[in-house]
Write a protein that binds this ligand. Structure first.
Ligand code: DGT
Ligand code: CA
Ligand code: CA
Ligand code: ZN
Length: 606
């Protein structure tokens, strides 16, 4: 059981408890636990092992939001791989319910109404009920909701839903690499495919192993994958290739290659397909051919057809490393995040590849929540966690008062929090230079009718103002764009949070003229956020690249709602790298002094 498996199971329990209208606190406990566990880097299995080992004081209950009851459930899951509570809940619920819950906007409560009142038990049933106009008559639905559901059904049915979030795939990749390294026949192992390119979602995991080239060792390597505790099914098993099903139904493809071909295979199976097509065409222009085994001189270049092995293949000139493969066609090595078939070959050719931002460049995190609103850790706990992660500054940005569900802060509570931050900074600075500075921030909401949910005379006292749009997401494109540009034009707003509102696999972006937003941000010196939450990754790589081109600076923020959420910074970094961003494009790579200087003049001066 990986963290992701356990988080998925707890999330399911929360959905089903809510579906059954059980106690709201119990629902929230499971949902929070799922959230925390899903974003933890350290595995629950290893914490559990450490706690069994007498020398260590650590235990599962040390984790935010995990009490004795949940810890016991985690232990059962780690021991048996099953949770009796979930089995029980699932038995009592019609099987189509889970598919219906995937429709954006249909939470467990609404699904319950559909099931009870209309007897709907599948997406198809839901579709015909919408077409027959039955759904709009249910309490809390209406004509608009019915139309929205109908429009969202293809989205719920789409194969995109079988794609894993990058962060989930990444957890599985890390565990797999560690497992495969325990196989004595493995000389080298790497992961390729969309995971390596850092796509926001991953269709399947591609692994590449080098061994000594005999049939027996290849078989031993593949058997080792079959014996992995995460493998649930062997889908295919050939001489040098095998596919299995792993956690969260993800398919894992493993190929065994020889030393001389490892770099070529790694390059080939990293893709993207478009990138490879362009690289091959470049090779052909030079009388070469590239395939997954290496780069070869074409014996008769004139006959090089369009096929991958077109032309007579001659002498091998590269294949052991990726750098050799690119070098053979006169290019420097290209970072995987850029290999999408855009202008990367051109940039590589003229020596203009960007020096992509890395996690080590990050000095601050400028979007996070505490127990004052919907976070699970206190101001002090978030601060300590940030210091442990080597950050130099953070901004506390709890919700403004519009977000009533999260007990959003009114003027009085916000000023109280800021006074607490002043005291905290003073105590951090007691023994000389403080390890970290806490900035007084707020995440204000752009109201449905326009304007923000806190007044300017409060915002002008903030060090940092994130403005986000959480409500009225189905308004027209013109209206939403207008609301966001109004916020951008407010001199106190430093940055627009998760500018398009998308939630991967769950909710499409709201309809917004992103070009107009970028232009307004450029005009006013307002920053745009790359929200690092694995569900959001918003701005996406295309928008972030467009923002850079327009001269807008970006901020990569975790939007952490728990201490473990701070570790999601790396997901945002991957997205920024896909956008071709360098450290100088990202505001929170700056020192605190430079950061204050870079901010919009309307912000508070210190
Ligand atoms: P995914 O798994 O859907 O998230 O995306 P990828 O990019 O990982 O795609 P996948 O797993 O089908 O294949 C991995 C890489 O292998 C892909 O990026 C490029 C390479 N590849 C696979 N099939 C072909 C092919 O038919 N032609 C070429 N040129 N490359 C291929
Ligand atoms: Ca793949
Ligand atoms: Ca694959
Ligand atoms: Zn937030």
């Amino acid at each position: 059981m990986t963290n992701v498996d356990i988080a998925t199971i707890f999330g399911r329990v929360a959905d089903l408890l809510e579906f059954n209208a059980e106690n709201a606190f119990r629902v929230r406990a499971y949902r929070n636990a799922a959230h925390t566990i899903g974003s933890m880097v350290e595995s629950l299995a290893s914490i559990n092992l450490a706690s069994i080992n007498e020398h260590s004081g650590r235990s599962l209950t040390d984790i935010d939001g995990i009490g004795a009851d949940l810890a016991a459930k985690i232990q059962i899951l780690l021991d048996t791989g099953r949770l009796p509570l979930l089995d029980e809940l699932e038995k009592a619920v019609p099987s189509g319910v889970f598919a219906i819950m995937r429709v954006p906007g249909l939470g467990p409560k609404k699904v319950k109404l559909l099931v009870d009142q209309l007897g709907i038990d599948s997406l198809e049933g839901l579709e015909s009920a919408c077409l027959a106009g039955q759904v709009q008559d249910l309490k809390g639905f209406g004509e608009k909701t019915q139309a929205a559901i109908l429009a969202a059904i293809p989205f719920a049915k789409s194969p995109e839903h079988s794609r894993l979030l990058w962060n989930d795939a990444d957890s599985t990749v890390q565990i797999l690499l560690a497992w495969m390294q325990t196989c004595p026949q493995v000389r080298q192992i790497e992961a390729a495919g969309s995971w390596r390119r850092g796509r926001d979602t991953v269709g399947d995991i591609d692994l590449l192993v080098e061994c000594d080239g005999t049939r027996e060792t290849a078989q031993a390597v593949m058997n080792h994958l079959h014996a992995w505790p995460g493998t649930t099914e062997v889908l295919l098993s050939g001489d040098t290739k095998t596919s299995v099903r792993g956690p969260q139904e993800i398919q894992i493809d493993l190929r065994v290659v020889e030393h001389a071909s490892f770099g070529a295979a790694w390059q080939y199976f990293t893709g993207s397909k478009e990138h490879n097509i362009r690289l091959r065409s470049r090779a052909r222009d030079r009388g070469l051919t590239i395939n997954e085994y290496g780069v070869y001189r074409l014996a008769d270049p004139g006959e090089a057809g369009d096929s991958e092995l077109g032309g007579k293949v001659g002498e091998s000139i590269a294949g052991t490393t990726e750098a050799d493969v690119y070098g053979a066609v006169g290019l420097p090595w290209i970072p995987p995040e850029l290999r999408e078939g855009g202008d990367e070959l051109l940039l590589a050719e003229c020596g203009k590849l960007p020096v992509l931002v890395t996690l080590a460049d990050i000095r601050g995190d400028l979007h996070m929540h505490t127990t004052a609103t919907d976070g699970t850790a206190t101001l002090g706990e978030m601060t300590r966690a940030a210091i442990e992660r080597g950050l130099e500054y953070i901004a506390i940005t709890d919700h403004g008062k519009r977000v009533t569900m999260a007990r959003g802060l009114d003027e009085e509570r916000l000023l109280k929090q800021w006074a607490e931050i002043d005291r905290l900074n003073a105590s951090l600075a007691e023994d000389g230079a403080p390890p970290l500075v806490v900035l007084k921030g707020i995440e204000v909401d752009m109201l449905e009718k326009g304007g923000l949910d806190l007044p300017d005379d409060i915002l002008e006292q903030a060090d940092w103002v994130v403005a986000s749009l959480h409500y009225g997401q189905s308004q027209s494109r013109a209206r939403i764009t207008e609301r966001i540009i109004e916020a951008i034009e407010n001199p106190h707003v430093s940055v627009i949070g998760h500018p398009t509102g998308r939630l991967l696999n769950r909710r499409q972006a709201y309809d917004v003229d992103i070009e107009a937003v970028i232009a307004a941000a450029a005009r006013t010196g307002t920053f745009l956020e790359i929200n690092a939450n694995p569900w959001r990754l918003d701005l996406n790589e295309h928008h972030a690249a467009a923002a850079k081109k327009a001269g807008v600076k970006l901020v990569i923020s975790t939007d952490a709602h728990a201490t473990s959420g701070l570790d999601m910074m790396r997901c945002g970094i991957v997205q920024a790298r896909r956008a071709g961003l360098e450290a100088c494009d990202i505001v929170n790579t700056q020192t605190l002094i430079a950061f204050h200087r870079a901010k919009k003049p309307g912000g508070a001066s210190r």
